[in-house]
Design a protein around this ligand. Structure first.
Ligand code: S3P
Length: 430
């Protein structure tokens, strides 16, 4: 499907966010290994989170969906069934990496695979620690999926994360639930802590000391009734759109404001975004609040603050839209973001090619981009490479470009934000 977009005069009204993708995955997985029936409201409608639900069904879990509410009859810590077929994680790195941690604790063989994008993404980062804990894993060459996993009782260990990755951290912590003694993970660069928060909510025990996060094994996890906050990474596209389009005034209620994710808001405020955060509350350890964003001329006049070091890890999912914003503001330099090369697609290369197609000056580096600002972008054909965040980022670019922009394979936005195109068209005023 091609989405054709032109410049807009205003992005206004209200946007309803889908449930947070990261949190939905975790609630579903923990609900499946808890005792009792969990009810999850505002569960992400995203294709990725449905991959997690389908895998759980294949593992014998009774999962029911009614609108945005998902009900999961937990099977207890070791109650998953031998799967009758290959588990399909689709496009979802979170599904394959987190579920592998749980499968490593089950004494049967399972095979987990994904689509062509996921089949090219690195899994050595989870294979190595899970093997160290005693699970038996096989993969294709160079640690690529499919993964064959045979688990059992694992050995607790202390593990230093070689890459800043919430997925790897979460995989090891979940495997730690099945170990003979506590398992600890060290992260020198902080990443999203939804697994730690959710584990505590379901009754797990964690100890945090400095950079070390330790989980106790063999908890009795208890079912919960939880509501997922709105996906702040999805909100990022609308924040950027309102910032660049004149006369914009947009409300985004119920956005997740987890301390590790809201670094995006701190960054944008520092950059000059006209943003108000209202009605902050917290539920099940996850803060949330309403956002109001308006056209932000101050942000557009300047170079955006450089993204490097721990900020690159904190903003990893938002870099595509921030790169677009940088091209429309006074430029942006991104470093230490090599991880972008192994996301749903090589996002550094996809950003450079598509920004150039729209007339921006871009230099590609191994670990980032140097984006020149101050050039008026023009419409172009955007090759999304099937990557949801590339598609949505260039939808934002289209709103202030001269002429028509055609976004190819635009349906890939469903991976994290079903309804994105309708929500955008609804907010655009011409
Ligand atoms: C996620 C962690 C991040 C992020 C992804 C979701 C998670 O990946 O990019 O969209 O839910 O844990 P990495 O852990 O590979 O950095």
């Amino acid at each position: 499907m091609i989405q054709a977009l032109n410049s807009a005069n205003s992005v206004s009204g209200a946007v309803r966010l889908p449930g947070d993708k990261s949190i939905s995955h975790r609630y579903a997985l923990l609900g499946a290994i808890a005792e009792g029936t969990s009810v999850i409201d505002h569960f992400a409608a995203s294709r990725d989170c449905h991959s997690t639900l389908e895998c759980l069904r294949t593992l014998g879990v009774d999962v029911r969906e009614a609108g945005e509410t998902v009900t999961i009859r937990g099977r207890g810590l070791r109650g998953l069934h031998v799967p009758g077929r290959v588990l399909d994680a689709g496009n979802s790195g979170t599904t394959i990496r987190l579920l592998s941690g749980i499968l490593a604790g089950h004494p049967f063989e399972s095979v987990i695979t994904g689509d062509s994008s996921l089949s090219g993404r690195p899994m050595a980062r989870i294979i190595q620690p899970l093997r160290e804990m005693g699970a038996v894993l096989e993969s294709r060459e160079r640690g690529l999926p499919p993964l064959k996993i045979r688990g059992g009782v694992l050995r607790g260990m202390r593990y230093r994360l070689p890459v800043p990755s919430a997925q790897v951290k979460s995989c090891v912590l979940l495997a730690g639930l099945y170990a003979d003694k506590p398992t600890a993970v060290e992260e020198t660069i902080p990443t999203r802590d939804h697994t730690e928060i959710a584990l505590k909510e379901f009754g797990g025990t964690l100890h945090v000391e400095g950079n070390w996060i330790e989980v106790d094994p063999e908890p009795v996890l208890k079912a919960r009734h939880l509501a997922v906050p709105g996906d702040l990474s999805g909100a990022a596209f609308f924040l950027a759109a309102a910032a660049i389009v004149p006369e914009s005034d947009l409300r985004i209620p119920g956005a997740g404001l987890n301390r590790r994710r809201r670094e995006l808001l701190d960054y944008l405020l520092e950059a000059g975004l006209n943003l108000e955060i209202e009605k902050e509350t917290e539920e099940a350890g996850e803060p949330r609040g309403d956002l109001r964003v308006r056209h932000s001329p101050a942000l557009l006049e300047r170079r955006l603050p450089a993204i490097r070091g721990s900020l690159a890890a904190a903003l990893i999912d938002e870099i595509p839209v921030l790169a677009v914003l940088g091209a429309q503001a006074g430029g942006l330099e991104i470093s230490d973001a090599r991880e972008l090369r192994v996301k749903e697609t090589d996002r550094i290369s996809a950003l450079a090619a598509n920004l150039r197609a729209m007339g921006a000056g871009v230099e590609e580096k191994p670990d980032g981009l140097v984006i020149c600002g101050g050039r008026h972008l023009h419409g172009a054909d955007i090759d999304t490479r099937g990557d949801h965040r590339i598609a949505m980022a260039f939808a934002v670019a289209a709103l202030s470009a001269r002429g028509e922009t055609r976004i190819h394979d635009a349906e890939c936005a469903d991976v994290s934000f079903p309804g994105f195109w309708a929500a955008l068209r609804n907010a655009i005023k011409r």
